[in-house]
Design a protein around this ligand. Structure first.
Ligand SMILES: O=P(O)(O)OC[C@H]1O[C@H](O[C@H]2O[C@H](CO)[C@@H](O)[C@H](O)[C@H]2O)[C@H](O)[C@@H](O)[C@@H]1O
Length: 587
Protein backbone atom coordinates (compact mmCIF):
# COMPACT_ATOMS: atom_id res chain seq x y z
CA UNK A 1 0.00 0.00 0.00
CA UNK A 2 1.34 3.42 -0.90
CA UNK A 3 1.07 6.36 1.40
CA UNK A 4 0.91 9.97 0.24
CA UNK A 5 3.72 12.19 1.41
CA UNK A 6 3.30 15.18 -0.84
CA UNK A 7 0.19 16.96 -1.91
CA UNK A 8 -0.29 18.23 -5.43
CA UNK A 9 -2.58 21.03 -4.33
CA UNK A 10 0.03 23.37 -2.95
CA UNK A 11 0.16 25.80 -5.86
CA UNK A 12 0.52 29.53 -5.82
CA UNK A 13 -2.60 31.34 -7.08
CA UNK A 14 -0.84 33.19 -9.91
CA UNK A 15 2.30 31.34 -10.95
CA UNK A 16 5.25 33.47 -12.04
CA UNK A 17 6.46 33.34 -15.61
CA UNK A 18 7.87 29.93 -16.56
CA UNK A 19 11.60 29.96 -17.27
CA UNK A 20 13.61 27.53 -19.36
CA UNK A 21 16.62 26.11 -17.54
CA UNK A 22 19.11 24.57 -19.92
CA UNK A 23 21.57 22.27 -18.19
CA UNK A 24 24.68 20.97 -19.93
CA UNK A 25 28.12 19.97 -18.76
CA UNK A 26 29.65 23.34 -19.77
CA UNK A 27 28.11 26.78 -19.86
CA UNK A 28 27.96 28.43 -23.31
CA UNK A 29 30.69 30.88 -22.35
CA UNK A 30 34.13 31.89 -23.62
CA UNK A 31 36.74 32.96 -21.08
CA UNK A 32 39.80 34.97 -22.17
CA UNK A 33 42.48 35.37 -19.48
CA UNK A 34 42.82 39.03 -18.46
CA UNK A 35 44.67 39.83 -15.24
CA UNK A 36 42.81 43.17 -15.05
CA UNK A 37 39.35 41.65 -15.26
CA UNK A 38 37.47 41.12 -11.94
CA UNK A 39 37.95 37.34 -11.85
CA UNK A 40 41.02 37.20 -14.10
CA UNK A 41 38.95 36.47 -17.22
CA UNK A 42 36.90 38.33 -19.80
CA UNK A 43 33.71 36.38 -20.31
CA UNK A 44 31.55 36.43 -23.42
CA UNK A 45 28.71 34.28 -24.69
CA UNK A 46 29.84 31.45 -27.01
CA UNK A 47 27.29 31.40 -29.84
CA UNK A 48 28.73 28.13 -31.19
CA UNK A 49 28.26 26.19 -27.95
CA UNK A 50 25.68 23.43 -28.35
CA UNK A 51 23.57 24.34 -25.29
CA UNK A 52 23.28 27.87 -26.64
CA UNK A 53 22.40 26.68 -30.15
CA UNK A 54 19.85 24.24 -28.81
CA UNK A 55 18.11 26.91 -26.77
CA UNK A 56 17.66 29.35 -29.64
CA UNK A 57 13.97 28.60 -30.22
CA UNK A 58 13.02 28.51 -26.55
CA UNK A 59 10.80 31.23 -25.10
CA UNK A 60 12.70 33.64 -22.84
CA UNK A 61 13.86 33.80 -20.14
CA UNK A 62 16.44 31.05 -20.52
CA UNK A 63 19.00 30.30 -17.80
CA UNK A 64 22.04 28.09 -18.44
CA UNK A 65 23.53 25.84 -15.79
CA UNK A 66 26.94 24.16 -16.21
CA UNK A 67 30.63 24.38 -15.32
CA UNK A 68 32.84 27.26 -16.47
CA UNK A 69 35.10 27.00 -19.55
CA UNK A 70 38.23 24.87 -18.75
CA UNK A 71 40.83 27.47 -17.74
CA UNK A 72 38.34 29.52 -15.72
CA UNK A 73 36.90 26.41 -14.03
CA UNK A 74 40.34 25.51 -12.67
CA UNK A 75 41.23 28.92 -11.34
CA UNK A 76 38.08 30.73 -10.19
CA UNK A 77 36.80 29.66 -6.78
CA UNK A 78 33.08 29.49 -6.03
CA UNK A 79 31.64 32.79 -4.81
CA UNK A 80 28.29 34.56 -4.82
CA UNK A 81 29.97 37.41 -6.62
CA UNK A 82 30.92 35.45 -9.76
CA UNK A 83 27.60 33.58 -9.77
CA UNK A 84 25.60 36.81 -9.58
CA UNK A 85 27.81 38.48 -12.20
CA UNK A 86 27.44 35.65 -14.76
CA UNK A 87 23.75 35.26 -14.08
CA UNK A 88 23.13 38.97 -14.55
CA UNK A 89 25.26 39.42 -17.65
CA UNK A 90 24.82 36.09 -19.46
CA UNK A 91 21.97 34.23 -17.72
CA UNK A 92 24.57 31.61 -16.78
CA UNK A 93 24.56 29.95 -13.38
CA UNK A 94 27.94 28.25 -12.83
CA UNK A 95 28.41 24.88 -11.16
CA UNK A 96 31.70 24.63 -9.25
CA UNK A 97 33.26 21.18 -9.02
CA UNK A 98 36.50 20.38 -7.24
CA UNK A 99 39.21 19.80 -9.92
CA UNK A 100 39.76 16.13 -9.06
CA UNK A 101 36.05 15.43 -8.70
CA UNK A 102 35.51 17.09 -12.06
CA UNK A 103 38.18 14.98 -13.77
CA UNK A 104 37.00 11.72 -12.18
CA UNK A 105 33.42 12.56 -13.07
CA UNK A 106 34.11 13.55 -16.64
CA UNK A 107 36.61 10.82 -17.56
CA UNK A 108 36.04 8.27 -14.80
CA UNK A 109 32.56 6.84 -14.71
CA UNK A 110 32.05 7.85 -18.26
CA UNK A 111 29.08 6.40 -20.04
CA UNK A 112 30.53 7.31 -23.41
CA UNK A 113 32.21 3.88 -24.02
CA UNK A 114 29.15 1.81 -23.17
CA UNK A 115 26.95 4.09 -25.24
CA UNK A 116 29.37 3.40 -28.10
CA UNK A 117 29.43 -0.37 -27.60
CA UNK A 118 32.67 -0.60 -25.62
CA UNK A 119 32.15 -2.51 -22.40
CA UNK A 120 34.37 -1.54 -19.47
CA UNK A 121 34.42 -3.08 -15.98
CA UNK A 122 32.07 -1.32 -13.59
CA UNK A 123 33.78 0.72 -10.87
CA UNK A 124 31.58 1.40 -7.85
CA UNK A 125 33.75 4.26 -6.55
CA UNK A 126 33.66 6.09 -9.84
CA UNK A 127 29.89 5.65 -10.01
CA UNK A 128 29.68 7.43 -6.67
CA UNK A 129 31.86 10.24 -8.03
CA UNK A 130 29.49 10.50 -10.99
CA UNK A 131 26.51 10.72 -8.61
CA UNK A 132 28.26 13.29 -6.41
CA UNK A 133 28.95 15.54 -9.40
CA UNK A 134 25.38 15.12 -10.65
CA UNK A 135 24.15 15.97 -7.15
CA UNK A 136 26.12 19.23 -7.26
CA UNK A 137 24.50 20.06 -10.60
CA UNK A 138 21.11 19.28 -9.05
CA UNK A 139 21.78 21.62 -6.13
CA UNK A 140 22.74 24.44 -8.51
CA UNK A 141 19.62 23.89 -10.59
CA UNK A 142 17.54 24.00 -7.42
CA UNK A 143 19.16 27.38 -6.64
CA UNK A 144 17.55 28.86 -9.74
CA UNK A 145 14.46 26.64 -10.13
CA UNK A 146 11.68 29.00 -9.18
CA UNK A 147 8.51 27.03 -9.30
CA UNK A 148 6.99 23.90 -10.75
CA UNK A 149 6.29 26.08 -13.78
CA UNK A 150 9.93 26.21 -14.89
CA UNK A 151 11.01 23.77 -17.60
CA UNK A 152 14.35 22.02 -17.19
CA UNK A 153 16.18 20.71 -20.27
CA UNK A 154 19.07 18.37 -19.42
CA UNK A 155 21.60 17.70 -22.14
CA UNK A 156 23.47 14.44 -22.47
CA UNK A 157 24.91 11.47 -20.65
CA UNK A 158 27.16 13.28 -18.16
CA UNK A 159 24.03 14.39 -16.39
CA UNK A 160 22.14 11.09 -16.66
CA UNK A 161 21.41 10.86 -12.93
CA UNK A 162 19.91 14.36 -12.77
CA UNK A 163 16.24 13.51 -13.39
CA UNK A 164 16.17 11.27 -10.31
CA UNK A 165 18.20 13.67 -8.17
CA UNK A 166 16.03 16.62 -9.17
CA UNK A 167 12.76 14.81 -8.77
CA UNK A 168 13.76 13.75 -5.25
CA UNK A 169 13.89 17.40 -4.25
CA UNK A 170 11.26 18.81 -6.57
CA UNK A 171 8.66 16.12 -7.29
CA UNK A 172 6.61 18.27 -9.67
CA UNK A 173 9.53 19.62 -11.72
CA UNK A 174 9.04 19.59 -15.51
CA UNK A 175 12.03 17.72 -16.83
CA UNK A 176 13.23 16.91 -20.33
CA UNK A 177 16.32 14.74 -20.83
CA UNK A 178 18.04 14.76 -24.24
CA UNK A 179 20.58 12.10 -25.09
CA UNK A 180 22.87 13.27 -27.87
CA UNK A 181 24.79 9.97 -27.96
CA UNK A 182 23.51 6.63 -29.23
CA UNK A 183 21.58 4.39 -26.85
CA UNK A 184 23.05 0.86 -27.09
CA UNK A 185 21.27 -2.44 -27.65
CA UNK A 186 19.74 -4.08 -24.55
CA UNK A 187 22.55 -6.70 -24.46
CA UNK A 188 25.16 -3.96 -24.09
CA UNK A 189 23.11 -1.89 -21.67
CA UNK A 190 22.56 -5.03 -19.60
CA UNK A 191 26.29 -5.19 -18.80
CA UNK A 192 25.88 -2.16 -16.49
CA UNK A 193 25.13 -3.33 -12.93
CA UNK A 194 23.39 -0.01 -12.24
CA UNK A 195 21.12 -0.35 -15.28
CA UNK A 196 17.89 -0.21 -13.21
CA UNK A 197 18.87 3.08 -11.60
CA UNK A 198 20.00 4.54 -14.91
CA UNK A 199 16.76 3.60 -16.67
CA UNK A 200 14.77 4.78 -13.67
CA UNK A 201 16.46 8.15 -13.89
CA UNK A 202 15.36 8.67 -17.50
CA UNK A 203 11.85 7.62 -16.47
CA UNK A 204 11.88 10.31 -13.79
CA UNK A 205 11.91 12.84 -16.64
CA UNK A 206 8.66 13.84 -18.38
CA UNK A 207 10.18 13.55 -21.80
CA UNK A 208 13.23 11.60 -23.01
CA UNK A 209 14.67 12.52 -26.40
CA UNK A 210 16.85 10.30 -28.57
CA UNK A 211 18.75 11.03 -31.74
CA UNK A 212 17.24 8.21 -33.77
CA UNK A 213 14.31 5.83 -33.82
CA UNK A 214 16.72 2.89 -33.30
CA UNK A 215 18.01 4.42 -30.08
CA UNK A 216 14.47 4.98 -28.82
CA UNK A 217 13.61 1.34 -29.65
CA UNK A 218 16.64 0.06 -27.72
CA UNK A 219 15.64 2.19 -24.76
CA UNK A 220 12.07 0.85 -24.90
CA UNK A 221 13.40 -2.72 -25.11
CA UNK A 222 15.55 -2.10 -22.03
CA UNK A 223 12.51 -0.75 -20.17
CA UNK A 224 10.63 -3.94 -21.02
CA UNK A 225 13.50 -6.28 -20.22
CA UNK A 226 14.85 -4.63 -17.10
CA UNK A 227 11.73 -3.07 -15.60
CA UNK A 228 8.94 -5.01 -17.30
CA UNK A 229 7.17 -1.90 -18.56
CA UNK A 230 5.58 -1.41 -21.97
CA UNK A 231 4.94 1.58 -24.12
CA UNK A 232 2.00 2.67 -26.25
CA UNK A 233 1.87 4.88 -29.29
CA UNK A 234 -1.02 7.31 -29.48
CA UNK A 235 -1.61 10.16 -31.91
CA UNK A 236 1.97 9.96 -33.12
CA UNK A 237 3.50 9.97 -29.62
CA UNK A 238 5.28 7.13 -27.85
CA UNK A 239 4.31 7.07 -24.18
CA UNK A 240 5.35 4.95 -21.22
CA UNK A 241 2.93 4.77 -18.31
CA UNK A 242 5.16 4.51 -15.30
CA UNK A 243 3.69 4.50 -11.80
CA UNK A 244 0.80 6.67 -12.94
CA UNK A 245 2.97 9.22 -14.74
CA UNK A 246 3.23 9.37 -18.50
CA UNK A 247 6.74 9.68 -19.92
CA UNK A 248 7.01 10.73 -23.56
CA UNK A 249 9.73 9.22 -25.71
CA UNK A 250 10.74 11.51 -28.56
CA UNK A 251 12.99 11.21 -31.55
CA UNK A 252 14.66 14.59 -31.61
CA UNK A 253 17.44 14.47 -34.15
CA UNK A 254 19.42 17.66 -33.99
CA UNK A 255 19.71 19.03 -37.48
CA UNK A 256 22.37 21.12 -39.12
CA UNK A 257 22.18 24.87 -38.80
CA UNK A 258 21.98 25.53 -42.53
CA UNK A 259 22.49 29.29 -42.19
CA UNK A 260 25.70 28.77 -40.29
CA UNK A 261 26.82 26.23 -42.87
CA UNK A 262 26.18 28.74 -45.63
CA UNK A 263 28.24 31.26 -43.73
CA UNK A 264 31.32 29.04 -43.43
CA UNK A 265 31.24 26.99 -46.64
CA UNK A 266 31.86 28.74 -49.95
CA UNK A 267 29.46 26.44 -51.75
CA UNK A 268 26.66 24.48 -50.08
CA UNK A 269 25.02 23.43 -53.32
CA UNK A 270 25.58 19.77 -52.51
CA UNK A 271 24.34 19.93 -48.97
CA UNK A 272 20.71 19.03 -48.79
CA UNK A 273 18.66 20.90 -46.26
CA UNK A 274 18.37 19.00 -42.96
CA UNK A 275 14.90 18.35 -41.65
CA UNK A 276 15.15 20.54 -38.55
CA UNK A 277 17.16 23.58 -37.61
CA UNK A 278 18.09 24.33 -34.02
CA UNK A 279 15.42 26.90 -33.34
CA UNK A 280 12.64 24.70 -34.70
CA UNK A 281 14.10 21.78 -32.76
CA UNK A 282 14.02 23.72 -29.49
CA UNK A 283 10.51 25.06 -30.10
CA UNK A 284 9.16 21.61 -30.78
CA UNK A 285 10.91 20.19 -27.72
CA UNK A 286 9.51 23.00 -25.58
CA UNK A 287 5.98 22.31 -26.78
CA UNK A 288 6.40 18.59 -26.19
CA UNK A 289 7.70 19.09 -22.67
CA UNK A 290 4.83 21.44 -21.84
CA UNK A 291 2.37 18.86 -23.12
CA UNK A 292 4.09 15.90 -21.46
CA UNK A 293 4.41 17.52 -18.07
CA UNK A 294 0.95 19.12 -17.98
CA UNK A 295 -0.87 16.10 -16.57
CA UNK A 296 2.07 14.83 -14.51
CA UNK A 297 2.50 18.11 -12.69
CA UNK A 298 -1.09 18.26 -11.49
CA UNK A 299 -0.86 14.83 -9.86
CA UNK A 300 -0.60 13.98 -6.18
CA UNK A 301 2.89 12.58 -5.79
CA UNK A 302 3.84 9.58 -3.71
CA UNK A 303 7.56 9.25 -3.06
CA UNK A 304 8.88 5.72 -3.44
CA UNK A 305 12.34 4.16 -3.08
CA UNK A 306 15.58 5.63 -1.80
CA UNK A 307 18.71 7.18 -3.32
CA UNK A 308 19.00 6.38 -7.05
CA UNK A 309 16.08 3.95 -6.91
CA UNK A 310 13.89 6.93 -5.99
CA UNK A 311 10.84 7.32 -8.17
CA UNK A 312 7.49 8.93 -7.82
CA UNK A 313 4.10 7.40 -8.25
CA UNK A 314 1.37 9.79 -9.28
CA UNK A 315 -2.27 9.75 -8.34
CA UNK A 316 -4.92 12.02 -9.80
CA UNK A 317 -5.53 15.04 -7.55
CA UNK A 318 -9.05 13.82 -6.78
CA UNK A 319 -8.33 10.09 -6.47
CA UNK A 320 -10.61 8.77 -3.72
CA UNK A 321 -12.28 5.68 -2.33
CA UNK A 322 -15.66 5.00 -3.89
CA UNK A 323 -18.11 5.27 -1.01
CA UNK A 324 -21.42 3.38 -1.16
CA UNK A 325 -23.32 6.55 -0.19
CA UNK A 326 -21.79 8.57 -3.04
CA UNK A 327 -22.49 6.06 -5.79
CA UNK A 328 -25.89 4.99 -4.45
CA UNK A 329 -27.07 8.60 -4.39
CA UNK A 330 -25.96 9.22 -8.00
CA UNK A 331 -27.43 5.87 -9.09
CA UNK A 332 -30.85 6.62 -7.68
CA UNK A 333 -30.92 10.17 -9.04
CA UNK A 334 -30.28 9.07 -12.62
CA UNK A 335 -32.41 7.27 -15.17
CA UNK A 336 -30.18 6.20 -18.03
CA UNK A 337 -27.22 4.30 -16.68
CA UNK A 338 -24.31 2.64 -18.41
CA UNK A 339 -22.43 0.09 -16.30
CA UNK A 340 -19.16 -1.24 -17.73
CA UNK A 341 -17.40 -4.10 -15.99
CA UNK A 342 -14.10 -5.76 -16.71
CA UNK A 343 -14.18 -9.50 -16.03
CA UNK A 344 -10.92 -11.05 -14.70
CA UNK A 345 -9.88 -9.47 -11.41
CA UNK A 346 -13.03 -7.33 -11.30
CA UNK A 347 -16.14 -9.46 -11.50
CA UNK A 348 -14.22 -12.58 -10.45
CA UNK A 349 -11.01 -12.84 -8.37
CA UNK A 350 -7.74 -13.11 -10.36
CA UNK A 351 -6.56 -16.17 -8.51
CA UNK A 352 -9.50 -18.52 -9.17
CA UNK A 353 -8.59 -21.82 -10.82
CA UNK A 354 -12.00 -22.14 -12.42
CA UNK A 355 -12.53 -18.78 -14.13
CA UNK A 356 -16.23 -19.29 -14.89
CA UNK A 357 -18.60 -16.91 -13.09
CA UNK A 358 -20.18 -18.09 -9.84
CA UNK A 359 -23.96 -18.24 -9.33
CA UNK A 360 -23.62 -15.15 -7.18
CA UNK A 361 -22.04 -13.23 -10.06
CA UNK A 362 -24.80 -14.33 -12.44
CA UNK A 363 -27.47 -13.34 -9.92
CA UNK A 364 -25.95 -9.92 -9.28
CA UNK A 365 -25.59 -9.13 -12.98
CA UNK A 366 -29.13 -10.31 -13.70
CA UNK A 367 -30.41 -8.13 -10.91
CA UNK A 368 -28.65 -5.09 -12.42
CA UNK A 369 -29.79 -5.91 -15.96
CA UNK A 370 -33.41 -6.31 -14.86
CA UNK A 371 -33.70 -2.57 -14.27
CA UNK A 372 -34.78 -1.01 -17.62
CA UNK A 373 -32.83 2.13 -16.70
CA UNK A 374 -29.58 0.14 -16.88
CA UNK A 375 -27.38 -0.91 -19.80
CA UNK A 376 -24.84 -3.36 -18.39
CA UNK A 377 -21.77 -4.50 -20.34
CA UNK A 378 -18.90 -6.83 -19.65
CA UNK A 379 -15.85 -5.30 -21.33
CA UNK A 380 -13.21 -8.00 -21.48
CA UNK A 381 -10.10 -9.09 -23.33
CA UNK A 382 -11.50 -12.63 -23.44
CA UNK A 383 -12.85 -14.25 -26.58
CA UNK A 384 -16.56 -13.99 -27.43
CA UNK A 385 -17.43 -17.72 -27.39
CA UNK A 386 -16.16 -18.34 -23.89
CA UNK A 387 -17.96 -15.27 -22.52
CA UNK A 388 -21.17 -16.14 -24.41
CA UNK A 389 -21.14 -19.64 -22.94
CA UNK A 390 -20.44 -18.47 -19.38
CA UNK A 391 -23.06 -15.73 -19.50
CA UNK A 392 -25.78 -17.69 -21.25
CA UNK A 393 -28.00 -17.26 -18.15
CA UNK A 394 -27.80 -13.45 -18.43
CA UNK A 395 -30.34 -12.58 -21.11
CA UNK A 396 -29.97 -8.80 -21.01
CA UNK A 397 -26.26 -8.54 -20.42
CA UNK A 398 -24.20 -6.84 -23.13
CA UNK A 399 -20.78 -8.27 -23.92
CA UNK A 400 -17.82 -6.47 -25.45
CA UNK A 401 -15.24 -9.20 -26.15
CA UNK A 402 -11.61 -9.08 -27.32
CA UNK A 403 -11.18 -5.49 -26.13
CA UNK A 404 -14.25 -4.38 -28.03
CA UNK A 405 -13.68 -6.07 -31.36
CA UNK A 406 -16.93 -8.04 -30.86
CA UNK A 407 -20.07 -6.55 -29.34
CA UNK A 408 -23.35 -8.18 -28.45
CA UNK A 409 -26.08 -6.03 -26.90
CA UNK A 410 -28.00 -8.95 -25.34
CA UNK A 411 -28.10 -12.72 -25.52
CA UNK A 412 -30.55 -12.71 -28.42
CA UNK A 413 -28.85 -10.08 -30.53
CA UNK A 414 -26.14 -10.99 -33.03
CA UNK A 415 -22.43 -10.35 -32.55
CA UNK A 416 -21.28 -7.19 -34.31
CA UNK A 417 -17.63 -6.80 -35.14
CA UNK A 418 -15.90 -3.44 -35.07
CA UNK A 419 -15.11 -1.76 -38.38
CA UNK A 420 -11.36 -1.81 -37.84
CA UNK A 421 -9.63 -3.58 -40.71
CA UNK A 422 -7.25 -5.99 -39.06
CA UNK A 423 -4.13 -7.08 -40.86
CA UNK A 424 -2.91 -10.25 -39.14
CA UNK A 425 0.40 -10.59 -40.98
CA UNK A 426 2.24 -9.63 -37.79
CA UNK A 427 1.17 -12.99 -36.35
CA UNK A 428 3.66 -14.67 -38.69
CA UNK A 429 6.42 -12.81 -36.84
CA UNK A 430 4.95 -13.13 -33.36
CA UNK A 431 3.99 -16.84 -33.36
CA UNK A 432 7.51 -18.31 -33.85
CA UNK A 433 8.97 -16.13 -31.11
CA UNK A 434 6.13 -17.01 -28.71
CA UNK A 435 6.65 -20.69 -29.58
CA UNK A 436 10.31 -20.38 -28.70
CA UNK A 437 9.44 -19.04 -25.26
CA UNK A 438 6.78 -21.70 -24.80
CA UNK A 439 9.31 -24.46 -25.50
CA UNK A 440 11.75 -23.07 -22.97
CA UNK A 441 9.17 -22.25 -20.27
CA UNK A 442 7.41 -25.32 -18.92
CA UNK A 443 3.76 -24.62 -18.13
CA UNK A 444 3.43 -21.66 -20.50
CA UNK A 445 1.08 -21.65 -23.48
CA UNK A 446 -0.12 -19.55 -26.40
CA UNK A 447 -3.72 -18.43 -26.83
CA UNK A 448 -4.74 -17.36 -30.31
CA UNK A 449 -7.74 -15.05 -30.40
CA UNK A 450 -9.32 -13.66 -33.55
CA UNK A 451 -7.58 -10.33 -33.16
CA UNK A 452 -4.68 -10.95 -30.82
CA UNK A 453 -2.12 -13.40 -29.50
CA UNK A 454 -1.52 -14.09 -25.83
CA UNK A 455 1.39 -15.82 -24.11
CA UNK A 456 0.25 -17.25 -20.76
CA UNK A 457 2.62 -18.04 -17.90
CA UNK A 458 0.19 -18.52 -15.00
CA UNK A 459 1.18 -22.19 -14.75
CA UNK A 460 4.92 -21.66 -15.26
CA UNK A 461 7.55 -21.55 -12.52
CA UNK A 462 6.81 -18.60 -10.21
CA UNK A 463 10.20 -16.97 -10.74
CA UNK A 464 11.03 -18.03 -14.28
CA UNK A 465 7.62 -17.01 -15.71
CA UNK A 466 7.90 -13.25 -15.03
CA UNK A 467 11.55 -13.16 -16.23
CA UNK A 468 10.65 -14.86 -19.46
CA UNK A 469 7.66 -12.56 -19.85
CA UNK A 470 9.91 -9.46 -19.67
CA UNK A 471 12.28 -10.92 -22.26
CA UNK A 472 9.44 -11.95 -24.56
CA UNK A 473 7.79 -8.55 -24.23
CA UNK A 474 11.04 -6.86 -25.18
CA UNK A 475 11.66 -9.20 -28.14
CA UNK A 476 8.11 -8.73 -29.39
CA UNK A 477 8.37 -4.96 -29.10
CA UNK A 478 11.57 -4.94 -31.13
CA UNK A 479 10.43 -7.38 -33.77
CA UNK A 480 7.00 -5.79 -34.17
CA UNK A 481 8.22 -2.19 -34.02
CA UNK A 482 7.08 -1.56 -37.58
CA UNK A 483 3.73 -3.33 -37.27
CA UNK A 484 0.47 -1.67 -36.26
CA UNK A 485 0.28 -3.52 -32.95
CA UNK A 486 1.08 -2.92 -29.28
CA UNK A 487 2.43 -5.30 -26.66
CA UNK A 488 0.84 -5.31 -23.21
CA UNK A 489 1.62 -7.11 -19.97
CA UNK A 490 -1.53 -8.27 -18.15
CA UNK A 491 -2.17 -10.65 -15.29
CA UNK A 492 0.32 -13.47 -16.04
CA UNK A 493 0.08 -12.75 -19.76
CA UNK A 494 1.96 -10.97 -22.54
CA UNK A 495 -0.53 -9.90 -25.16
CA UNK A 496 -0.15 -8.45 -28.66
CA UNK A 497 -3.13 -6.43 -29.85
CA UNK A 498 -3.78 -4.45 -33.03
CA UNK A 499 -3.39 -0.68 -32.72
CA UNK A 500 -6.76 1.01 -32.49
CA UNK A 501 -8.28 -1.84 -30.54
CA UNK A 502 -8.50 -1.29 -26.81
CA UNK A 503 -11.14 -1.02 -24.13
CA UNK A 504 -11.16 2.79 -24.47
CA UNK A 505 -12.17 2.52 -28.11
CA UNK A 506 -14.71 -0.13 -27.10
CA UNK A 507 -16.36 2.23 -24.62
CA UNK A 508 -16.41 5.10 -27.12
CA UNK A 509 -18.11 2.79 -29.58
CA UNK A 510 -20.77 1.75 -27.05
CA UNK A 511 -21.52 5.34 -26.02
CA UNK A 512 -21.77 6.56 -29.59
CA UNK A 513 -23.96 3.58 -30.65
CA UNK A 514 -26.27 4.34 -27.73
CA UNK A 515 -26.33 8.01 -28.77
CA UNK A 516 -27.37 6.95 -32.28
CA UNK A 517 -30.39 5.28 -30.71
CA UNK A 518 -31.23 8.45 -28.80
CA UNK A 519 -30.01 6.85 -25.62
CA UNK A 520 -27.88 9.44 -23.77
CA UNK A 521 -26.42 8.13 -20.53
CA UNK A 522 -26.51 10.31 -17.43
CA UNK A 523 -24.55 7.85 -15.27
CA UNK A 524 -21.47 5.83 -16.16
CA UNK A 525 -19.90 3.34 -13.81
CA UNK A 526 -16.78 1.71 -15.17
CA UNK A 527 -14.82 -0.78 -13.05
CA UNK A 528 -11.59 -2.59 -13.86
CA UNK A 529 -8.34 -3.66 -12.30
CA UNK A 530 -5.47 -3.78 -14.76
CA UNK A 531 -3.59 -2.02 -17.56
CA UNK A 532 -6.15 -2.72 -20.27
CA UNK A 533 -8.85 -1.08 -18.11
CA UNK A 534 -6.90 2.17 -17.91
CA UNK A 535 -7.94 2.85 -21.52
CA UNK A 536 -11.59 2.64 -20.41
CA UNK A 537 -10.95 5.07 -17.57
CA UNK A 538 -9.22 7.47 -19.90
CA UNK A 539 -12.06 7.30 -22.40
CA UNK A 540 -14.77 7.87 -19.79
CA UNK A 541 -13.01 10.84 -18.23
CA UNK A 542 -11.15 12.75 -20.90
CA UNK A 543 -10.91 10.90 -24.14
CA UNK A 544 -14.50 10.52 -25.36
CA UNK A 545 -14.45 11.99 -28.88
CA UNK A 546 -18.14 11.59 -29.48
CA UNK A 547 -19.72 12.68 -26.23
CA UNK A 548 -23.12 11.22 -26.91
CA UNK A 549 -24.08 11.66 -23.27
CA UNK A 550 -26.69 13.56 -21.31
CA UNK A 551 -25.83 17.17 -20.50
CA UNK A 552 -25.13 16.28 -16.90
CA UNK A 553 -23.53 12.95 -16.39
CA UNK A 554 -22.21 11.29 -13.24
CA UNK A 555 -19.07 9.37 -14.15
CA UNK A 556 -17.46 6.80 -11.87
CA UNK A 557 -14.27 5.30 -13.31
CA UNK A 558 -13.09 2.94 -10.57
CA UNK A 559 -9.97 0.79 -10.21
CA UNK A 560 -9.26 -1.90 -7.65
CA UNK A 561 -6.61 -1.11 -5.06
CA UNK A 562 -4.98 2.16 -3.98
CA UNK A 563 -2.55 2.54 -6.86
CA UNK A 564 -1.66 4.90 -9.70
CA UNK A 565 -4.54 4.91 -12.14
CA UNK A 566 -6.42 7.14 -14.52
CA UNK A 567 -9.55 6.21 -12.59
CA UNK A 568 -10.89 8.79 -10.20
CA UNK A 569 -12.08 6.21 -7.68
CA UNK A 570 -10.86 2.98 -6.17
CA UNK A 571 -12.26 0.07 -4.19
CA UNK A 572 -9.93 -1.76 -1.81
CA UNK A 573 -10.38 -5.25 -3.25
CA UNK A 574 -12.20 -7.29 -5.84
CA UNK A 575 -14.76 -8.59 -3.33
CA UNK A 576 -15.95 -4.99 -2.86
CA UNK A 577 -17.10 -4.85 -6.48
CA UNK A 578 -19.94 -7.34 -6.04
CA UNK A 579 -20.87 -5.76 -2.71
CA UNK A 580 -21.07 -2.35 -4.39
CA UNK A 581 -23.12 -3.69 -7.32
CA UNK A 582 -25.52 -5.46 -4.98
CA UNK A 583 -25.84 -2.27 -2.94
CA UNK A 584 -26.99 -0.38 -6.04
CA UNK A 585 -29.96 -2.61 -6.65
CA UNK A 586 -31.15 -2.55 -3.03
CA UNK A 587 -33.44 0.32 -2.22
O1 LIG B 1 -10.03 -8.10 -19.83
P1 LIG B 1 -10.09 -9.19 -18.83
O2 LIG B 1 -11.49 -9.65 -18.58
O3 LIG B 1 -9.37 -8.81 -17.55
O4 LIG B 1 -9.36 -10.46 -19.50
C1 LIG B 1 -7.97 -10.46 -19.71
C2 LIG B 1 -7.45 -11.81 -20.15
O5 LIG B 1 -8.21 -12.85 -19.56
C3 LIG B 1 -7.74 -14.18 -19.81
O6 LIG B 1 -6.54 -14.39 -19.14
C4 LIG B 1 -6.71 -14.55 -17.73
O7 LIG B 1 -7.21 -15.87 -17.48
C5 LIG B 1 -6.32 -16.93 -17.83
C6 LIG B 1 -7.00 -18.25 -17.53
O8 LIG B 1 -8.22 -18.34 -18.17
C7 LIG B 1 -5.02 -16.80 -17.04
O9 LIG B 1 -4.10 -17.80 -17.44
C8 LIG B 1 -4.39 -15.41 -17.23
O10 LIG B 1 -3.30 -15.30 -16.34
C9 LIG B 1 -5.40 -14.33 -16.97
O11 LIG B 1 -4.84 -13.06 -17.33
C10 LIG B 1 -7.65 -14.44 -21.30
O12 LIG B 1 -7.10 -15.71 -21.53
C11 LIG B 1 -6.86 -13.33 -22.00
O13 LIG B 1 -6.95 -13.54 -23.40
C12 LIG B 1 -7.47 -11.99 -21.66
O14 LIG B 1 -6.78 -10.94 -22.29
Amino acid sequence: MLSPSYSGHERSPSPPEARRIVVAHRLPLRAEPNPDAPHGFDFSLDPDALPFQLSRGLPQPVIFVGVLPPAAADSIPESDEISTDLLTRFSCHPVFLDTKLHADFYDGFCMWPVLHYSVHPYNKDLYHVFLTANMQFANHILDVLNTDQDLVFIHDYHLWALPTLLRRKSPHARIGFLLHSPFPTPEIFHTMPVRKDLLGSLLNADIVGFQSFDCACYFLSCCARVLGISYRTKQGYIGIDYNGRRVLVNILSVGIDIDQLHAVLPCTRYVSRQDVVYSAWARSLDQDLLRASKDNSSMVILKLGLAMSFRVAALGPNFQKLSPEHINLAYHQTGNRLILLDYDGTVIPQKLINKAPSQEVIRTLNELCSDPKNTVFLVSGRGKDELAQWFAPCKNLGISAEHGYFTRWSKDSPWESCKLVIDSNWKKIAVPIMELYTETTVGSSIEGKETSLVWHYEKADRDLGPCQAKELQSDLQSLLANEAVYVNRGQKIVEVNPEGLDKGVAVEHLVSAMGDRGNFSDFILCVGDDRSDEDMFEATTTGMKNRALAETVAIFPCTIGYKPSLAKYYLDEQADVLKMLRGLTQL
